[in-house]
Design a protein around this ligand. Structure first.
Ligand code: DGT
Ligand code: CA
Ligand code: CA
Ligand code: ZN
Length: 577
C-alpha cells in the first residue's frame, strides 16, 4: 500500500528553502541557516527522502534535527507545509519576489509594497522608470538607478544558466540517450558544446532510424517537468531546474552536418557558409552540396565538412567568429590547452576558513583527480565573513601542511598559500614576514567595488608592487548573472603584471569564470601568464577546474600560457620567491 505522496527530494528541498528565505526576510536569526542546511542535505541525498521518511530514518540525514524532521514528514505526507503558508501570510504581498532583486532587502521591499503597492518585479520596473521610487524615504535617485540595473541583470539571469551547473545534467541526459539501442550517435551541441560561460538552452543531437522511440525516452526522462513540443525531428522539454533542453534526431548520414550546424555559433556558421557559397556549394544542417552537380560533398562527419572547405577541424570552444576561420585557413589556429593537462589546483579553501573539508581531505581528492599538487589558499584575517586566518593561525596551518608533506614523502605536495585581501589602498592584509613563508600568494579584491576606475586600477597595481604577491585572484570581481565586473583599466593592470611577473588567475568557480574568455585573450596579448584555480570550498568543487580550462580554451590559450600545467619544480621557478 502506497500511502505517501511522491514528493521528490528537490521538491521537498524547495519547500525548506522557501521557509529559510521567508524567515530571513522576517529577520529571524540562525533558523534560516538550519533550514537551508537541511534543504541542501535533502537535495543531494542519494536516497529518496520519501523512503527515508517512511522508514523513520530522518535522524540519519545530516542537518535534519527533530524540529525540521517533523516539517519534512508533513511535506512528504501531505505535499504541503502549514508553517510555510502562515509565513507567507505574515508578509505583505510581493515582498518575497522583490527581495530577489540585488540591493533590495526586506525593509525596502516592505516599504515598496506598503507605500507604493508594488507587488511584482514588473511593477517595480515601471515605478522606477516613472521616477516614483526616488521620493520614498530611504531611497533616492541613485537607488532608483541601481534598482533598474539590478532588474536588467535578474532578467538575463532568468533566461540563462551557468555552464558549471548545467553541464553535468546535460551529460547525464547524453549518457542515458547513448545507452539506447535505437541511438547510433549522440552529442551535445549549441553553446553547451562550445562551453560558453552561460547557457540559454541545452541542445542535444542524436542519430537514429527510430526517432519516435528516442523522443519517447527523452520526453519521459526523470527531471523533465514539462514537454513544450514533441515531434519526430525535434522535441523540447523543460527540466525541474528550469532549463530548456532541445533534442534533435537526424539520419546518421546527416549527423556531421547537423552537429556542425547546431553547435554554432550562428555567427561562426554564417562565416563558414560564405566559404561554401564562394565555391557554389550549399551548407546547411543536411550537408554540404555542390549546387552545379548536386553531389553531396560532406555531411556524415563533422570534420569532413571542414575538410571539404580546406580547413582543419575547429575546436567548438573557438567557434564564435572571432577570427578562428581565418586562423584555420592560414594554419595558425592555437594549440589549445587540453582538459587533462592541469597538474595541480592553485586556489582551494579548507575548513580552516570557509571551506568544508580538511587540508588532508582536499589533498586526497586532488590526488584522486590525478594532480601532483594543490595550493591551500584560505582567506586572511580581514575577511571576517569567511572566517579568515590570523597570522598566528596561518603559521599553524603552515606547520600542518609541512607535516602532511612529510608523510606524503614526495608522492604529492600541498603548497602553503593564502588568498589575501587587497585593501582599499592596495595594501595586503598579511605582514610581509608571513607572506615570505608561503609558497603561493593569491591577492584578491573582496570589497569596495564602487571605487572609480582610476582608484581600482591603482589599488591592484599597488598590490602587485608587493614582491610576495604571485597571483591576482578573480581579477574583475564579476559574479555571473548577478554582479557586473568592477571598473578597472585591465590593459594597464596587464601591462604592470607582465612587467612584474605577476600571474592573472582564471578562477574556475562556475559563477565567476574570471578572467573571462575575452579577457584571457586580451591579457595574453599583453604577455600575461595565467594560473588556474577552482576556488573550491569542498572536495567536490575541485571538479570546477574543467570550466576554467574551458574559459582558457575559449580565450585561445595554450598549455604554455598556464603555469599549473607544469610539473612542481618548474612551477616553483615561476612563482616569485
Ligand atoms: P544559447 O542557447 O543562447 O546559449 O546559444 P546557442 O548557440 O546554443 O543557440 P541556440 O540554442 O539558439 O541554437 C543552437 C545552434 O543552432 C546555434 O548555435 C547555431 C544554430 N542555429 C540556430 N538558429 C540559427 C540560425 O538562424 N542560423 C544559423 N546559421 N544557425 C542557427
Ligand atoms: Ca542552446
Ligand atoms: Ca536551442
Ligand atoms: Zn576570493
Amino acid at each position: 500500500m502506497e500511502k505517501l505522496s511522491r514528493m521528490s527530494n528537490i521538491e521537498v528541498a524547495a519547500v525548506l528553502y522557501e521557509v529559510a528565505d521567508l524567515l530571513e526576510i522576517k529577520g529571524v536569526r540562525f533558523k534560516p541557516h538550519a533550514y537551508r542546511r537541511a534543504a541542501q542535505a535533502i537535495e543531494t541525498l542519494p536516497e529518496d527522502i520519501a523512503d527515508v521518511t517512511r522508514e523513520g530514518r530522518l535522524d540519519e540525514v545530516p542537518g535534519v534535527g527533530k524540529g525540521i524532521a517533523g516539517k519534512v514528514r508533513e511535506v512528504v505526507e501531505t505535499g504541503d507545509l502549514a508553517y510555510l503558508s502562515s509565513l507567507r501570510e505574515e508578509l505583505p504581498e510581493g515582498v518575497q519576489e522583490l527581495t530577489r532583486i540585488e540591493g533590495i532587502g526586506p525593509k525596502k521591499a516592505i516599504a515598496l509594497s506598503r507605500e507604493l503597492g508594488i507587488r511584482t518585479v514588473d511593477d517595480l520596473e515601471a515605478a522606477a522608470k516613472a521616477g516614483r521610487i526616488r521620493d520614498l524615504p530611504g531611497f533616492g535617485e541613485k537607488t532608483e538607478q541601481n534598482i533598474l540595473a539590478s532588474i536588467r541583470m535578474s532578467k538575463t539571469a532568468r533566461e540563462r544558466h551557468l555552464l558549471g551547473y548545467i553541464l553535468p545534467i546535460a551529460r547525464d541526459i547524453e549518457r542515458r540517450l547513448s545507452s539506447l539501442d535505437s541511438v547510433l550517435r549522440v552529442s551535445l551541441a549549441g553553446s553547451i558544446r562550445r562551453k560558453k560561460e552561460t547557457i540559454g538552452d541545452v541542445d542535444i543531437l542524436a542519430a537514429s532510424t527510430r526517432p519516435d522511440e528516442v523522443m519517447e525516452v527523452f520526453a519521459t526522462l526523470p527531471g523533465v517537468s514539462r514537454v513544450l513540443a514533441r515531434g519526430t525531428t525535434k522535441t523540447s522539454v523543460v527540466l525541474a531546474t528550469g532549463v530548456q533542453v532541445d533534442l534533435r534526431v537526424v539520419e546518421d548520414k546527416h549527423f556531421g552536418a547537423a552537429l556542425q550546424y547546431f553547435t554554432g555559433s550562428k555567427e561562426h556558421n554564417i562565416a563558414l557558409r560564405k566559404l561554401a557559397i564562394a565555391r557554389n556549394w550549399r551548407l546547411n544542417e543536411y550537408g554540404l552540396v555542390d549546387l552545379a552537380t548536386g553531389r553531396v560533398v560532406a555531411g556524415e562527419d563533422e570534420a569532413g565538412v571542414y575538410r571539404a572547405l580546406d580547413l582543419p577541424w575547429i575546436e567548438p570552444e573557438l567557434r564564435e567568429d572571432r577570427g578562428e576561420i581565418e586562423a584555420a585557413r592560414t594554419g595558425t589556429l592555437p594549440g589549445l590547452v587540453e582538459y587533462g593537462s592541469v597538474r595541480g589546483d592553485l586556489h582551494a579553501h579548507t575548513r580552516w576558513s570557509e571551506g568544508s573539508h580538511s587540508i588532508e581531505e582536499m589533498a586526497e581528492a586532488a590526488q584522486a583527480l590525478g594532480y601532483e599538487y594543490i595550493a591551500i589558499c584560505d582567506h586572511a584575517e580581514t575577511l571576517h565573513i569567511a572566517r579568515g586566518l590570523s597570522p598566528e593561525r596561518l603559521a599553524d596551518q603552515i606547520r600542518e601542511i609541512e607535516r602532511i608533506n612529510r608523510e606524503a614523502d614526495g608522492e604529492f605536495t600541498v603548497l602553503a598559500g593564502t588568498e589575501c585581501n587587497i585593501g582599499m589602498d592596495g595594501r595586503i592584509d598579511l605582514p610581509d614576514s608571513v607572506l615570505a613563508d608561503l609558497d603561493v600568494v593569491v591577492a584578491s579584491v573582496h570589497s569596495g567595488f564602487k571605487q572609480s576606475e582610476r582608484e581600482m586600477t591603482e589599488r591592484v597595481a599597488t598590490a602587485m608592487q608587493n614582491d610576495h604577491v604571485d597571483i591576482i585572484g578573480h581579477p574583475t570581481g564579476r559574479i555571473l548573472l548577478t554582479r557586473e565586473p568592477y571598473r578597472i583599466d585591465l590593459a594597464a593592470v596587464f601591462d604592470a603584471a607582465a612587467a612584474l611577473g605577476v600571474l592573472m588567475e582564471i578562477n574556475a568557480f562556475p559563477s565567476r569564470l574570471d578572467l573571462s574568455d575575452v579577457n584571457c585573450r586580451q591579457a595574453r596579448e599583453h604577455g600575461i601568464r595565467f594560473s588556474l584555480g577552482s576556488d573550491a570550498h569542498s572536495r567536490e568543487n575541485l571538479r570546477y577546474m574543467e570550466f576554467g580550462v574551458a574559459t582558457a580554451r575559449r580565450g585561445w590559450l595554450a598549455a604554455e600560457d598556464i603555469v599549473n600545467t607544469r610539473p612542481l619544480e618548474d612551477l616553483r621557478g615561476v612563482l616569485r620567491s
